[in-house]
Design a binder for this molecule. Structure first.
Ligand code: PLP
Length: 397
């Protein structure tokens, strides 16, 4: 058979994972192993010098005076709420469009999460709704810097000061993000960070950090992190085991050196997506709208002019999401829904008395959002593969 007679072969599908941690590890393997060896040789596994060094480095990176290493982002929120003295029956304002831990930490202390809907373009708390949600039981506001872009902190801080409320930034997805030049975690009373492996700065397991500029709060969080011991075995308050491991700290210290390069790569990937989606005609040239139309079946994230967006996730809205997901999965393209059920509709919060339709922006986002691969090592060709697959879906549909 001559080459002209060769049957056309289907192009081999190239898989595009949502995240490829092995690709990142390959670039820092030697350094990481040296750091792990250092800790193993020391046999000092809990808190200690590695954790203290990481605390200083993250505090400085986040423009804060203090960092307190903790066991996870969830525990960062929990211990911070304990440190401000949150009591059963108190209320904390936050959004229903977040990872569960934001509201879970409030509920675990017997307090009530009070939800305020999100802004349709940024998915961050709609500041217009905060003031009417305040009651005489409100103690704090937790703005969530979702997907790596900070909430509109100026009006939030203004409302908090006027009403004597604490502000805990849920910065789990936003290390290094900025709002008007100020870093995530440096504006509120505390910032709560997660080092879950899929975060921009991810450990080899669970880990987290609380940042603050308030020395009294820092001291209280340190106390609570280790059973309220002061001195050891003499418990001043009831705390918990919220300690960070030295092995995690050692890994994170290596990774922190590369974080700005990785963030730049994520930002570059976001810019490539915008360009490719625009040339495919899938988004309007002015891509700041949050509304889907027949001619433009997807929207890309809005990056506000005041932001340094660190793109922990690149989340589009899309028409016919479940079908699109199936289409992408069939092509071996990794996508994920963050988050399919808004927090006010979670089974465990039935007793809060919220109902469907109460937070329409969050509910619509839960039905339309889809996270695409954006990790730093993603080759440009893979971004094109993702956009081509989405363009194919809407052209046949
Ligand atoms: C917005 C938000 N808050 C809190 C957390 C909790 O962090 P962790 O998983 O480290 O407990 C996460 C992590 O997924 C998150 O994305």
């Amino acid at each position: 058979m001559s080459s002209s007679q060769t049957l056309a072969q289907p192009t081999a599908s190239v898989s595009v994972p949502l995240l490829d941690l092995k690709a990142q590890y390959a670039t820092i393997r030697v350094e990481i192993r040296e750091a792990l060896d250092r800790v193993i040789d020391s046999q000092h596994f809990i808190l200690g010098p590695e954790v203290e060094a990481l605390e200083k480095e993250i505090a400085s990176y986040s423009q804060c005076e203090f960092g307190i290493g903790v066991s996870s982002g969830t525990d960062a929120l929990l211990v911070a709420l304990m440190a401000i003295g949150l009591k059963p029956g108190d209320e904390v304002i936050t959004t229903p469009y977040s990872f569960f831990a934001t509201a879970g930490a409030i509920a675990r202390l017997g307090a009530r999460p009070v939800f305020v809907d999100v802004d349709p373009a940024t998915y961050n708390i709609d500041v217009q709704g905060i003031e009417t949600a305040i009651t005489d039981r409100t103690r704090a506001i937790i703005p969530v810097h979702l997907y790596g872009q900070m909430a509109d902190m100026d009006p939030i801080m203004d409302i908090a000061r006027r009403n004597r409320l604490h502000v805990l930034e849920d910065a789990a997805q936003a290390i290094g993000a900025e709002h008007k030049g100020k870093r995530a975690g440096s504006i509120g009373d505390v910032g709560c960070f997660s080092f879950f492996p899929s975060k921009n700065l991810g450990g080899f397991g669970d880990g987290g950090m609380v940042t603050t500029n308030d020395s009294a709060l820092a001291d209280q969080i340190k106390l609570l992190r280790n059973h309220g011991y002061r001195p050891k075995y003499y418990n001043k308050v009831v705390g918990g085991n919220f300690r960070l491991d030295a092995l995690q700290a050692a890994v994170l210290r290596v990774k922190l050196k590369y974080l700005d390069d990785w963030t730049a790569a994520r930002q570059r990937n976001a810019a490539i997506y915008r360009r490719l989606f625009s040339s495919a005609g899938l988004i309007p040239t002015d891509s700041s709208t949050a509304t889907l139309t027949n001619s433009h079946p997807i929207t890309v994230p809005l990056e506000t002019s005041e932001s340094r967006h660190i793109y922990n996730q690149f989340v589009i809205r899309c028409a016919r999401r479940e079908e699109l997901m199936a289409h992408l999965k069939a092509r071996d393209i990794g996508v994920e829904i963050y988050y399919p059920v808004p927090l006010h509709l979670q089974e465990c919060f039935v007793d809060l008395g919220y109902r469907s339709g109460q937070f329409p922006v969050s509910e619509r986002a839960a039905n339309e959002s889809l996270a695409l691969p954006i990790y730093p090592e993603l080759p440009e060709q893979s971004l094109a593969t993702v956009v081509d697959a989405i363009a194919d879906f809407y052209s046949v549909g």
